[in-house]
Design a protein around this ligand. Structure first.
Ligand SMILES: Cc1cc2nc3c(=O)[nH]c(=O)nc-3n(C[C@H](O)[C@H](O)[C@H](O)COP(=O)(O)OP(=O)(O)OC[C@H]3O[C@@H](n4cnc5c(N)ncnc54)[C@H](O)[C@@H]3O)c2cc1C
Length: 508
């Protein structure tokens, strides 16, 4: 029997799911016994239409015009060559690439500069309590990659059938089942850590190898073909490597910029984290429905075009309901923020990055801008988070006192006019956008702004051809967010699968 999907079934917030399935069957003129389940549920918060909106999957051979095809993806079939494939980086891209290669008969050799998750958690928590930054084990580096200390949001704008397979894989390794049907699924940092560990164990069980505290520090390329990679200074001969390094490894980026690889500049964004009271946001967004047990912590998306001619915008990014602003530094004397929440999203504050896009002319220019802002932020408060109130930010004044929501950033914040961290044109755009954000999202709620947010996406793209290899180095597969082909956990994981499929194809 085929599966099909019917969209746009609206139901009241407290409508039982069995009733939603019955509505779907009726609309399709199918008998009540037809197998059906909730495929997706989103929340429409518009005042006059406040409801859940469902997509229902049904098992039927009917060709009713309202039915659309079920997205299908099947993992490739195994091969019998057993080739060892080095994969640099064990974030979502590296994990899914390694897992699929192992599942299909190859031997992934994962090279990760950071530490296993258990040690990494101790390192990061020690740093947040005021201890020293561990340059190789922090929020950017270590098992699980950059998103391990995150909200674990699994939303993506890519429409790739691999996404369903990724969600199912996460569930099979212990993620909550609701991620399969929520339109805005999230795992939470607490659950994500267990999922990552379970995937590591499965890769090892299938014969893969993982070397932690091992860094790729060089490439040997001859006549456009990869010959070897350097790991902690030692040569390792190989004709294939997957480069899934994420966007936080500045030293690796600089090493690659000195190699023959073709690399171009890519737009990215900078800004700050705004945090404000979650309950007040729930009341504002849910209105008379506030308090209904079916509704979790409210979220939002905000975007405002600051320059119509160039389409430059200020927008919210990586909103973390009930979350915490985190110190996401990976370099000494540098500071950058990000957001995180646990599965329950039950913290007092909501936070989101408020960002302005930048377009560097060269990859080096992008790296220099990040460096300039992050260093200025560290110097501003000697490692504490430079923070201001919304009102002081708009007035370009140094706050006397940080009135408003209690800062979640650890080890603490220090009053500073964060306008000073950015080039003048960027801070002007951020002020313009934030003024609109206050009107549309905050209302009268006070906000605390901690800066800077700088690692939103890669400042460069490592080019690849239609076989997903570097045109200037056969055998080298740029992959995931750091290579400029993904943005977020889901799209990075999907790119990891895509690269693994391509490698398998080349070996068949
Ligand atoms: C705090 C935080 C919160 C986030 N929240 C979310 C969220 O809720 N949802 C979402 O979709 N995205 C989120 N992101 C973004 C998301 O984490 C990234 O998009 C995603 O992790 C990118 O995956 P990746 O595998 O390409 O790279 P990464 O996850 O960055 O992994 C790259 C890995 O490569 C390793 N590495 C780098 N250089 C070398 C080298 N030379 N040798 C060996 N190893 C190396 C690094 O140590 C790292 O572990 C968040 C990011 C951060 C920092």
């Amino acid at each position: 029997m085929k599966q099909g999907l019917i969209n746009d079934i609206r139901a009241a917030i407290d409508c039982p799911e069995q009733q939603v399935l019955s509505i779907a069957r009726k609309q399709l003129h199918l008998p009540e016994r037809t197998p059906a389940y909730i495929y997706r549920r989103s929340l429409d918060t518009r005042k006059d239409r406040f409801s859940f909106v469902y997509t229902v999957a049904v098992e039927t051979d009917s060709d009713h015009p309202c039915l659309r095809p079920f997205p299908s993806y099947t993992f490739p079939s195994p091969i019998s060559c057993g080739k060892t494939v080095p994969i640099i980086g064990f974030g979502p891209a590296g994990i899914f690439c390694a897992w699929l290669l192992a599942k299909c008969g190859c031997t992934p050799l994962v090279i990760e500069r950071g530490r296993p998750i258990e040690e990494r958690i101790r390192d990061v928590e020690g740093f947040w309590k005021g201890g020293d930054l561990q340059p190789e084990s922090n929020v950017q580096f270590g098992e699980g990659g950059a998103g391990t200390f995150s909200d674990g949001k699994l939303t993506t704008r890519i429409h790739d059938p691999r996404c369903r397979a990724i969600l199912e894989t996460f569930v099979s390794f212990g993620a909550p089942e609701e991620i399969l049907y929520l339109a805005k699924p999230h795992i939470g940092t607490d659950r994500l850590r267990h999922v990552v560990k379970a995937m590591r164990k499965d890769i090892l069980r299938m014969g893969g190898e993982i070397r932690f505290e091992t860094k790729l520090d060089g490439l040997k390329i001859e006549n456009g073909q990869l010959k070897a990679i350097y790991l902690n200074g030692s040569v390792h001969e190989t004709d294939t490597v997957v480069l899934a390094i994420g966007n936080g490894a500045e030293d690796t980026y600089r090493m690659l910029l000195n190699s023959p690889l073709e690399i171009t500049a890519k737009p990215f964004s900078v800004g700050f984290r705004a945090e404000h009271n979650q309950e007040a946001l729930n009341k504002r967004i849910y209105g008379k429905y506030y308090g209904m047990p079916q509704l979790g912590a409210a979220d939002y998306q905000f975007s405002y075009v600051t320059n119509k001619a160039t389409s430059e915008a200020v927008y919210s990014f990586c909103m973390c309901p009930g979350g915490q602003v985190v110190n996401a530094s990976s370099l000494p004397n540098r500071l950058t923020t990000n957001g995180m929440s646990v599965f329950a999203r039950d913290g007092e504050n909501a936070n989101a990055a408020i960002l302005a896009s930048v377009r560097p002319n060269t990859p080096e220019e992008g790296l220099e801008l990040q460096k300039r802002i992050e260093s200025a932020a560290w110097n501003a408060a000697s490692g504490l988070g430079p923070a201001t109130t919304g009102k002081d930010f708009l007035a370009k004044s140094r706050p006397d006192k940080l009135i408003g929501p209690k800062a979640t950033f650890c080890p603490g914040v220090s009053p500073f006019d964060i306008n000073e961290l950015f080039p003048a044109d960027i801070s002007a755009r951020l002020r313009d956008g934030f003024a609109r954000f206050r009107e549309r999202i905050l209302g009268n709620e006070p906000a605390l702004l901690t800066a800077p947010e700088t690692r939103t996406s890669a400042p460069m793209r490592i080019l690849r051809d239609n076989t997903l290899q570097s045109p200037s180095c056969k055998g080298l597969y740029p992959c995931g967010e750091g290579a400029g082909y993904a943005g977020g956990i889901m799209s990075s994981a999907a790119d990891g699968l895509r690269v693994a499929e391509q490698i398998l194809e080349s070996l068949r």
